[in-house]
Write a protein that binds this ligand. Structure first.
Ligand SMILES: [Zn+2]
Length: 434
């Protein structure tokens, strides 16, 4: 190159450009972001293709073809973002402003920052003439935030050859935490299943001034809600909790109780992090009954948020709920079931994460976690058996602050963390595909 620009400047500028194209989903319009990426990536000599179910919602796939002698690695990210209300922000949400060493704008953390870092890692390797053992792939997909079938799911089903991979790095974690006085970087290897359901309780309507003639569905629902709220789930150990505790305390827990006690000895915050990873959760959150004050409802719908441990089933969830509620006058209906997959921890991708951490912060260690939400990783685990981890290292930005800014006002990312992410992506590609 005649002009040398540091990767730090390169990733900063690319993120600013990506923030400046509005990809609020709905409607998405991710093709605008895919074009920014295509223009940037094609200069590096990487292969770039756009795949779109409808023209305005393109997914981009870039590739450095491998020698056919090793595994394939894919950097996964999504280009759509959630709505930002400019009135709440102290900078323009699509301004991409650089202020005090931070890039501001919707998507800086979730997840145009990782889009930019992944693109710069692949482009810089392509420019250097990197010849990977297996393909190095970068997929910037549409429609993660709504999930209407324009993004990763559609790509895996319709163009499997474009995105089939052995290993994948996605969003989900990577924050630096201090636990028991020692630094850790979280790496998500599993996701709970989001499996909300609806309880429908039936009664008989009537005028509210004569309750004796009616059968009030709202009143009938009350003890069911109480039973769900009071339910103490049976806890079990998972591979993620065992490995997490071993990393943090040096001891593998013998039982769920032991895991919680060990976690409490580190701190209440850590115990709060571990507890939901030991069981399913049931949280009644919404209720609908009569729409008129003077009409006794014949119907009451209770919506319950529920997260299942990885690889648990809806049938097992229903059996538990029926046991909690007993026989009664209610109908149970699943509203959706997403995620709930895991990848093994002892893999070359884990070694790549651990090796990189050792280089940038020798006293720190990786901490495997299972996250409560789900990402697009499950489509790849299900379609190709991919080992998929969520890892986007944040060292300068405080983990609690980052959690507060995602999907909220004043989202931003330190340039130093963008640069760190580029270094991780490059390390992962070089160490796994040498
Ligand atoms: Zn995201």
């Amino acid at each position: 190159m005649s002009v040398t620009v540091s990767l730090r400047d390169e990733v900063t500028e690319l993120l600013q450009d990506l923030i400046r194209v509005d990809t609020t989903n709905p409607p998405g319009n991710e093709t605008a972001a895919a074009e920014v990426l295509r223009n940037y990536l094609e200069e590096s000599g990487a292969q770039v293709d756009l795949y779109a179910r409808v023209p305005e919602r393109a997914n981009l796939v870039a590739r450095i073809p491998g020698r056919g002698e090793g595994p394939t690695l894919l950097f996964l990210s999504h280009t759509d973002v959630v709505l930002a209300d400019a009135a709440e922000w102290s900078a323009g949400p699509v301004g991409g402003e650089l202020r005090d060493g931070e890039v501001w704008g919707r998507g800086a953390l979730d997840m145009k920052g990782q889009v930019a870092a992944s693109a710069v890692a692949l482009a810089s390797l392509a420019r250097e003439g990197f010849e990977p053992a297996g393909d190095l792939i970068f997929a910037a997909t549409a429609d993660e935030e709504v999930g209407d079938g324009f993004g990763a799911q559609w790509l895996c089903e319709t163009h499997p050859d474009a995105v089939r991979c052995d290993y994948l790095i996605n969003e989900g974690s990577g924050e630096r935490l201090e636990l028991g006085g020692k630094p850790f970087y979280t790496c998500s290897v599993a996701e709970k299943m989001s499996a909300p359901f609806r309880l429908r309780v039936r009664g008989r309507s009537g005028h509210a001034s004569m309750p004796g003639i009616a059968d009030n569905a709202l009143v009938k629902a009350a003890p069911l809600i109480t039973a769900l709220g009071e339910y103490v789930p049976e806890q079990q150990l998972t591979p993620e909790v065992e490995a997490l505790l071993e990393a943090v305390t040096g001891k593998r827990p013998a039982s769920p109780q032991d895991a919680l006690e060990q976690a409490r000895s580190i701190g209440e915050f850590f115990a709060e992090m571990v507890e939901p990873l030991l069981s399913l959760t049931l949280s009644p959150t919404m209720i609908g009954a009569s729409r008129k004050r003077n009409v006794i409802p014949a119907l009451c719908d209770v919506t319950v948020d529920s997260r299942l441990l990885p690889e648990a089933t809806i049938d097992a969830q229903h059996a538990i709920v029926r046991k909690v509620l007993g026989d009664g006058d209610y109908e149970l209906k699943s509203l959706e079931a997403h995620g709930g997959t895991r990848s093994p921890i002892d893999t070359p991708l884990w070694d790549a994460v651990a090796g990189w951490i050792k280089e940038v912060e020798p006293e720190a260690k990786p901490a495997p976690i299972c996250v409560a939400g789900f990402t697009d990783s499950h489509w790849f685990r299900e379609a190709f058996g991919t080992v998929a981890y969520g890892f986007f290292p944040l060292r300068v930005m405080d983990a609690e602050l980052a959690a507060r800014l995602i999907h909220s006002a004043d989202e931003r990312i330190p340039v130093a963390d963008l640069e760190l992410a580029v270094s991780f992506m490059r390390h992962a590609a070089k160490s796994m595909l040498a």
